[in-house]
Design a binder for this molecule. Structure first.
Ligand SMILES: Cc1ncc(COP(=O)(O)O)c(C=O)c1O
Length: 362
């Protein structure tokens, strides 16, 4: 079976874990600090703070920039739920703007239309591994004096204009869930160039403590363990190699799919490095099978697939109950109806790709 995700483990990870076990220091400690330093260096940011998971990292980022009740944060309706829920966690309001359907990423023109006096931040997601249009978002954020937060959960190592994502906005967040381009089991990271934001993130993740048992702000236990960080350090060492393999796999798949009528291969923008967390194709009406029939056929032939994402966020029950509606996000809705993801991870071989293309060429 070619699974949709398949993390590569047991290289440096085992030695790193053994060292942590031998040290007896399991919770956040020196290994986490080393991982933070290496990750900040890799991304090109001044500070990195390891967090328990990517959802908590978004929550910490929102608190670091001071999002509160009455504020609005503009984000994408076509993403994983956490990138909007982090706004709700603050008692603030996520405001959705439609996406560009070619890239699945938030559309800067649509964001402009949603800015009000209450807007506090813009939160683009580098969806599926492709950077959002950070030049446009930086300009908008500067013009309107807004914070720019990058959700990089799916884009470790992706670049916009030669700069790694996470280092472009005011603050960036990552997830290290096992399906991601690199993993720590569960885990996340907040990166920033601003010392003040880094200090706030540090407080929020550890009970608001500035010193032992001195609690300055309301905080949580969102710390990462040394065991998770040991896995992360070994994974970071191989991230570039794995991303290259993902890119190579994507090029091979796309060069076959471009000749198949009714299937649309993912568009890669100029000036970006797309790291293909997911390889997402669209099934148009001209294709002889509908999306479910095609996925069924792939599954019968031991090729795993998934739909990222079948329902846009404002149409989720939680959001509908809170007065949101799906109206006005026609591109996002169209993508939710047509897309599905094929395996693209580094364990996908050339013969797996040939097999996928054979099945797609019905
Ligand atoms: C875009 C996006 N943001 C945030 C998250 C949350 O990360 P985690 O699962 O580590 O909490 C994810 C995870 O899938 C994600 O895809």
């Amino acid at each position: 079976m070619v699974h949709i995700a398949n993390p590569i483990l047991k290289n440096g990870e085992l030695e790193g874990i053994k060292e942590v076990l031998d040290s007896g220091m399991l919770a956040q400690g020196e290994v986490v600090a080393d991982f933070e330093e290496e990750f900040a260096d890799y991304v090109g940011a001044s500070y990195a703070k390891a967090i328990a998971n990517g959802t908590a990292a978004l929550d910490v980022a929102m608190k670091a920039i001071g999002v509160k009740e009455g504020d609005e944060v503009i984000t994408s309706p076509f993403s994983f739920i956490a990138s909007a829920n982090c706004v709700l966690f603050q008692g603030a309001r996520p405001v959705f703007a439609d996406i560009r359907k070619e890239t699945f990423n938030l559309d800067p023109d649509k964001v402009q239309e949603k800015i009000t006096d209450d807007t506090k931040a813009i939160l683009p997601i580098h969806l599926f591994g492709q950077p959002a249009d950070m030049k446009a978002f930086k300009d908008i954020a500067e013009d309107h004096d807004l914070f720019l937060v990058e959700d990089c959960a799916q884009a470790h190592g992706a670049e916009f204009d030669g700069r790694k994502v996470g280092s472009i906005g005011d603050i960036g967040t990552f997830s290290f869930y096992p399906t991601k381009n690199m993993t720590t089991g569960e885990g996340g990271m907040v990166v920033t160039d601003e010392e003040e934001l880094s200090e706030k993130a540090d407080l929020v993740r550890d009970h608001g403590q500035s010193e032992k048992y001195s609690h300055d702000v309301l905080g949580y236990n969102f710390r990462m363990t040394n065991i998770a960080a040991a896995i992360g350090r070994a994974q970071l060492d191989r991230l570039e190699e794995w991303n290259e393999k993902r890119i190579d796999n994507a090029e091979k798949l796309s060069s076959g799919i471009k000749d198949i009528e009714g299937l649309v291969a993912p568009k890669v923008e100029d000036d970006v490095k797309h790291v293909f967390h997911q390889y997402v194709i669209k099934v148009e009406e001209e294709y002889p099978l509908d999306r479910e029939e095609l996925r069924e056929r792939l599954h019968e032939n031991d090729i795993g697939t998934a739909i990222h994402y079948p329902k846009i966020i404002p149409e989720q029950p939680l959001y509908k109950e809170n007065g949101f509606s799906g109206d006005g996000y026609e591109n996002a809705k169209e993508c939710a109806e047509k897309v599905f993801s094929l395996p693209i991870h580094p364990k996908v071989s050339e013969s797996d790709i040939r097999k996928m293309l054979n099945i797609l060429e019905v």
